[in-house]
Write a protein that binds this ligand. Sequence first.
Ligand SMILES: [Zn+2]
Ligand SMILES: [Zn+2]
Length: 306
Amino acid sequence: MVICSRCKSNEAITRIAYAKMNLCIECFKKFYVNKLKKTIEEYHMINGEDIVAVAVSGGKDSVALLHALRNAYPKLEVKAIHINLGIEGYSKHSQEKVEELAKQLDVELHIVDIRKEIGISIDDFKKTKFKGKMCSVCGTVKRHIMDEAAMNIGANTLATGHNMDDFMTFMVKNFITRQWNQLVKLKPVVPPLMSGMPKKIRPLIKFPAEENMLYCYYTKIPVNEVECPHSKGAKTLEVMKILNELFKDEPNMKYQVLGSFLNLISLLEDAMKEEGVIPCRKCGFPSKDGLCSYCKRIELVKSISK
Ligand SMILES: [Zn+2]
Ligand SMILES: [Zn+2]
């Protein structure tokens, strides 16, 4: 039996390779919440007066984030936002899990059902030119609705559950395709693009997917384990697989590469002049040409559904 390196009494259930520690269940949970606190403080993500909306999809990352944030800062004003995307065989189940969790944690939950509120579902994009890019179009729609929902409930900060593997994947993808505009957005904290919009924070930037999974497992919180039917074969999943293979024997290197990317991004940001944004004529959100990418996509899908 391997003994926990922290309490030196219980049996260890996991090894945190980059920290060279074996931890038992209780010490792992403490380690996780502590690491979240440290990350939030390192990047000055939250101050005492903030009202934080957590975007909870029901997947392991966002669920772990909401639970651990509650534990780390019991006095912080936290609300949860869930978007029902109207995805057949997926969305209903996700919503149920999030409702269960919010109840358990006694967190105010706001649900946006896009079929009711906008009159479309993500599945409708199957009939458009976005049919091969379902994750990307879903991302655009979600980002817009999350911002809007956070503003509607008076939150000035929006926390999302992007984990370390998501970050690394986006970074590599945008690096290879030279999407510098997208690359500079990959930061732990993104200030509001326009006044009145929430600041965005990504507290799980240093948490590999498996740590979030373990946290969910050992805290026994409700998680949606059904995979989104549109994510099958997504390019990002392939990049993620390759990266995991690359860092398999060198867990520390993952942190080094993440650090190098964050460094590069801040240099890039200084070198690049912030592109001018103008308000969208339909929704008032930032856009490049007067109609934001969200409104363009909704217009398209509505014109085809008719
Ligand atoms: Zn222990
Ligand atoms: Zn718009």
